[in-house]
Design a protein around this ligand. Structure first.
Ligand SMILES: [Zn+2]
Length: 82
């Protein structure tokens, strides 16, 4: 099958909204920080999409994040991300 999906969502563990600086996973305390959200470019190695090579592409971008002190879960604090 040909269900290729870019790994952008996985590479940037900085998704979702933060609520009152409390981790939604373990309810620990969130610390503000920065994270590089890498952008990726993918090329199918074969026409049938059996293998896709993903390589970092573009400059990436710096995003504001809150990171949990306990479990390391991080969320973006900016509200305009898609
Ligand atoms: Zn946590």
């Amino acid at each position: 099958m040909c269900a290729y999906r870019p790994a952008v969502a996985d590479s940037a563990d900085c998704v979702g909204m933060v609520m009152d600086n409390i981790c939604r996973k373990c309810f620990g305390k969130m610390k503000p920080g920065k994270a590089i959200q890498q952008t990726y470019t993918g090329y199918p190695d074969f026409p049938n999409c059996a293998v896709v090579t993903l390589s970092p592409g573009g400059p990436g971008r710096l995003v504001d994040c809150d990171k949990c002190e306990k479990c390391g879960h991080s969320v973006a604090t900016e509200g305009d991300g898609e």
